[in-house]
Structures are given as structure tokens and as C-alpha cells.
Design a protein around this ligand. Structure first.
Ligand code: MLC
Ligand code: AMP
Length: 505
């Protein structure tokens, strides 16, 4: 039987040409495909020296860089489980992930090492090494000093490749366990479905700690042996300056909104682009139309989630309809059901349920939680409210989960409410997503203070600094005397959303 290690699949597709470029990070360096094998083999040697074995977890919180991509590929190659963390997470958030995942190794930026190494020791993590985007840090120094370890770990498709944390309705983040086969099958389907070509050049401005930037974008390029214009973050000027060198761009809707706001964004920049892809959050139909007017391209919108990779996509050849997320990808079955799980006829609104080789292996050490999210017949309940037309085209109309999507990052109000409620002087709070022209939705907190407390919007936001990553902190806090509740005592968030809908207009 052939090796199901995802790295082996990529390696088989690397171009033979020794000059074939993989990552082009401009001033931050370039990496050829020929160098990937050598660099990852040295990193595998270091993983082995550190005692990282198959199925051991490696938690990584580092800035986006070529080296970070090599570390990811090295973990795949060694059969270790890669756990990327958002670089914005505070130490207290990182502590939760270390305790929960019990890694053998934690790799972090030098600037944070002193603080995080103490925390990691507290969490019984045996090894902490630093790695910096500019090539500094212990990880690279030590790896470069070692002879390469060439073998690729022999794995089964069900062996885990990564755990990606996704927040939950209860406020506790859950680690979605993704196998080598989950990632490989999804990558191959996207590669075919989006007609990926070897000479495609991908403009990559997404973070690499999420499904979108790490798997969807990089895996397509790796399967094609293609070149990637690898940017540290989304910077509108930089993206515009590089568009004429690219053929494919993947982004969250905020990328497209920001491009349209820039007066230099003109059709000639997009003349040889093949595909603009959007996902992770709803793309407003008005942006879709305006983008077509300004660029001549109809954005291809697709839909997915951490637990399942990509689920549906508009077609490359057929109609790309604004406001819809297209059809279930090949090999993935989808149905729409009511809350009890009764399957509904075409056209009716309900929760999307799916099954397929892309669906994850469950939440790390949360068997009950995993069971709740699957139907007895094995279908996964996405929590997205959709309609599916006769021909299978899916339109997302809402969410059954209390979730905010801000600039493509998912946030669960419960986690933010828990932190706000713990602040002195707060009686209770409700956190909602309010329409925002740049981010899609912006986190907004509605807070009731204790009768004697002297608290303000500014003092509350200041109180959250060390507790929540910046992107989770409310952009506005509204002080009220009481929260609207229904007869069951449940806070009526729909009323709050209506009341504050124009806050960022
Ligand atoms: C940054 N900030 C955010 C934010 N990003 N606040 C809310 N939501 C966000 N998404 C904070 C910053 O810390 C800063 O705080 C302030 O907001 C303004 O920052 P900015 O300079 O405007 O932000 P920027 O760095 O440009 O980032 C915005 C962004 C970025 C949209 C480019 O967030 C981004 O790249 N998002 C992509 C997320 C993504 O990859 N999602 C995929 C998930 S996978 P201050 O106050 O300190 O200045 C998934 C599955 C699927 O969902 O289907 O793909
Ligand atoms: P995450 O938990 O970060 O993986 O985000 C997954 C969620 O993002 C999905 O369950 C959807 O609610 C949302 N999402 C992803 N893509 C789209 C899209 N194209 N349109 C609307 N929502 C989307």
C-alpha cells in the first residue's frame, strides 16, 4: 500500500526543474521546490532529536514566513500533528491551547519566548524553541546544524495531520482533528475543480494558521508545483503592486472590499488573472457586482469550515452567482434538515448536513461534543442555515450557531461575554456582530453595570487587553440598564442587532 502521508503526495508533484520557485516572499526571501526536501529533512531530524514521534503534537505560534511553511511540511513529513495558533492570541489564550493539546514541542517567536516559555513549563510542555520570520531563533539554528533525515513517515490516511482550534458556543475552543486523508482528498478535489495549472501563480496574503491560508491556498499550489507570491499580511498597496504577476488570488471578503476602495485598482491590473476566489465569510452581492465592474472578473465564492475544509464551490466554467456558494464539491454529499434532523425537500430552509472524506475525525478529547455534532447516520451538522435548490446549488441564509465572522475570523460571543462578565463592576453582557463596512461584522458588546459601579466603554475595553486577542475585543461597548429578554429569560440578541445595526454605517 502506498504511503498516505500528505507530504509524500506533495513531494511526488514537485517540479523536476531545479529552478522552479515555490515561495517568493520578495525581500524576505525565496524558496525553490528543490530546497523543500532538504530543509524539511533537517527539520525532521530536529524533531526526532527532540523526541517528537508520530502523533505527538507540535504547537506553533509564529509570524508568517517561509520557515513557518517548512515547519508545517516537516511536521507532516515526520507524522507529527501540527497545531497552528493565531499570532494575536494572548498568553492566557495560548495557555489554554497548551494545556488542552499537551504538545511535545512548542515553537514561538523570540519576542514572546520569555513569557511563553514560563507558561509552557507551567503547562508541562517538555520543549520550547523560538523561530522568527527573518530566519532567527533556535529552531532554524539547530535544524541547520543537523544532517538531513530523509525518510517520510509511513502513515495511514486516518493518521492525524493537524488539529485546528475553533471556538465553540460554550466558550471553550475545540480542536478539530484533521487526518492526512481529510486534507489530501480536499486538496485534490479543489485542484481539479478550480482547474489548477502548474503555471498558475498564487497571490497569498492570508494568515497561515487557518484552513483558508494554510490548507486551501498552499495545498493547491503544492499540488501544482506552482509559484506563490507570499506576503506577510494583506496590505492593499502590496497586493495591487503584485497583481500583474499573479493568476489566482484567494481572500476573505474584506480583501475585495479593500481593493475596491483603492483608486489604483483598475482593470488592466487584472488582465491576466485567471481566478479571484472568496470565502470564510459571506461576500456581499454588491461587492461581487462592483468587483466585476471594476476588474472584469466574477469572483468565485466557495464555502467551507475548519471541520470539513471546503464543502461547496461556485464553478469555474458555469455560472458564478452572487450570494450563493455553489454546489457540493465532488465526493461530498449535502442535505438540508430541520432541527430534529428530518431531511427537507429542495428549496426549504434548514441546517446543512454533510458527509464525505473531508469531514474531520472529531474534536480532540471531546467525544461527547463530537457526538452532538453528528447525526446517528454519521452526517456532520454544519450549523449553517441554507437553502438548496433542485439542482443542488446552496445559498447560506443564516447560522444556527451564535457566531460572529469579523474580517474572516470566527468569534463566539460566549467566550467574549465570559471575559467581560468577569470584569469588576459588570453585571451581565451580550455580545453581537453588527454590520461593518470593512470587516463584514464587528464585535459589539452590550453591557449592564452593577448599580454602584463606575465603568465606561474605555475602561471595559482596557480591562480585556490581556485576556482576549485584539481581534476578539469589542470595537464598541454600549452601556444599558437592562438586556431585552424573552419569556424564557433568554437574551433577545435579534433585538440588540436591530437596535445597533447602524453603529458602523
Ligand atoms: C485585525 N483586527 C481585527 C481583525 N484583524 N479586528 C477584527 N477582525 C479582524 N479580522 C484588529 C487589529 O488587531 C487592529 O487592532 C485593528 O483590528 C485594525 O487592524 P487592520 O490593520 O485593519 O487589520 P489587518 O491587519 O489589515 O487585518 C484585517 C484582515 C485580517 C481582514 C486583513 O484580519 C485577515 O487577514 N483576515 C483573514 C482571516 C482568515 O484567514 N480567515 C480564514 C479562516 S478559515 P488595533 O486596534 O490594535 O489597531 C475559515 C474556513 C473557510 O473560516 O471557509 O475558509
Ligand atoms: P471556521 O469556523 O473559521 O472554520 O468558519 C466556518 C464558518 O465560516 C462556516 O460554518 C460558515 O458559517 C462561514 N463561512 C465560510 N465560508 C463562507 C461563505 N462563503 N459564505 C458564508 N459563510 C461562510
Amino acid at each position: 500500500m502506498s504511503n498516505a502521508n500528505l507530504y509524500a503526495l506533495f513531494r511526488d508533484r514537485f517540479p523536476n526543474d531545479p529552478n522552479a520557485l515555490f515561495l517568493d516572499a520578495a525581500d524576505a526571501g525565496r524558496l525553490h521546490y528543490a530546497e523543500v526536501s532538504e530543509q524539511t529533512a533537517q527539520m525532521v531530524a530536529l524533531l526526532r532529536q527532540l523526541g517528537v514521534q508520530k502523533a505527538d503534537r507540535v504547537v506553533v505560534q509564529v509570524d508568517k514566513s517561509i520557515h513557518a511553511v517548512m515547519l508545517y511540511l516537516a511536521c507532516l513529513r515526520a507524522g507529527a500533528i501540527f497545531i497552528p495558533l493565531n499570532t494575536a492570541y494572548t498568553a492566557s489564550e495560548v495557555g489554554y491551547f497548551l494545556r488542552d493539546s499537551m504538545p511535545r514541542l512548542f515553537v514561538c517567536a523570540s519576542a514572546k519566548q520569555a513569557e511563553l516559555a514560563a507558561l509552557a513549563a507551567d503547562c508541562q510542555v517538555p520543549k520550547v524553541l523560538s523561530m522568527d520570520a527573518d530566519g532567527g531563533g533556535e529552531w532554524l539554528d539547530q535544524a541547520r546544524a543537523l544532517p538531513a533525515y530523509e525518510p517520510i513517515a509511513e502513515l495511514d490516511g486516518d493518521d492525524l495531520a493537524a488539529i485546528l482550534y475553533t471556538s465553540g458556543t460554550t466558550g471553550r475552543s475545540k480542536g478539530a482533528m484533521l487526518s492526512h486523508a481529510n486534507l489530501a482528498t480536499n486538496a485534490q478535489v479543489l485542484f481539479e475543480h478550480w482547474h489548477w495549472q502548474q503555471d498558475d501563480v498564487l497571490l497569498h496574503a492570508l494568515p497561515i494558521f487557518h484552513v483558508h491560508g494554510l490548507f486551501v491556498a498552499l495545498h493547491c499550489a503544492l499540488l501544482g508545483g506552482s509559484r506563490v507570491l507570499f506576503m506577510p499580511r494583506f496590505d492593499t498597496d502590496q497586493v495591487i503592486a503584485n497583481l500583474t504577476r499573479a493568476t489566482v488570488m484567494m481572500g476573505v471578503p474584506t480583501f475585495y472590499t479593500r481593493l475596491l476602495e483603492h483608486s489604483d485598482f483598475q482593470p488592466d491590473l487584472c488582465a491576466h488573472m485567471r481566478l479571484f476566489i472568496s470565502g470564510s465569510a459571506p461576500l456581499p452581492a454588491a461587492i461581487h457586482a462592483e468587483f466585476e465592474r471594476r476588474s472584469g472578473h466574477r469572483i468565485l465564492e466557495r464555502y467551507g469550515m475548519t471541520e470539513a475544509g471546503m464543502i461547496t464551490s461556485n464553478p469555474v466554467d458555469g455560472k458564478r452567482i452572487a450570494g450563493t456558494v455553489g454546489f457540493p464539491l465532488p465526493g461530498i454529499s449535502a442535505r438540508v434538515a430541520d432541527e430534529q434532523g428530518k431531511v427537507l425537500p429542495a428549496g426549504q430552509t434548514g441546517v446543512l448536513e454533510i458527509t464525505g472524506p473531508n469531514v474531520f475525525k472529531g474534536y480532540w478529547q471531546m467525544p461527547e461534543k463530537t457526538m452532538q455534532e453528528f447525526r446517528p447516520d454519521g452526517w456532520f451538522i454544519t450549523g449553517d442555515i441554507v437553502t438548496m435548490a433542485e439542482d443542488g446549488r446552496v445559498t447560506i441564509v443564516g447560522r444556527a450557531k451564535d457566531l460572529i465572522i469579523s474580517g474572516g475570523f470566527n468569534l463566539y460571543p460566549k467566550e467574549i461575554e465570559t471575559e467581560i462578565d468577569a470584569l469588576p463592576g459588570v453585571k451581565e453582557s451580550a455580545v453581537i456582530g453588527v454590520p461593518h463596512p470593512d470587516l463584514g461584522e464587528a464585535v459589539t458588546a452590550v453591557v449592564v453595570a452593577d448599580s454602584t459601579a463606575d465603568i465606561s466603554e474605555a475602561s471595559l475595553i482596557a480591562g480585556l487587553q490581556d485576556r482576549l486577542a485584539r481581534f476578539k475585543q469589542p470595537k464598541r461597548v454600549m452601556m444599558v440598564d437592562q438586556l431585552p429578554r424573552n419569556s424564557m429569560g433568554k437574551v433577545q440578541k435579534n433585538i440588540l442587532r436591530e437596535t445597533y445595526r447602524d453603529t458602523f454605517a
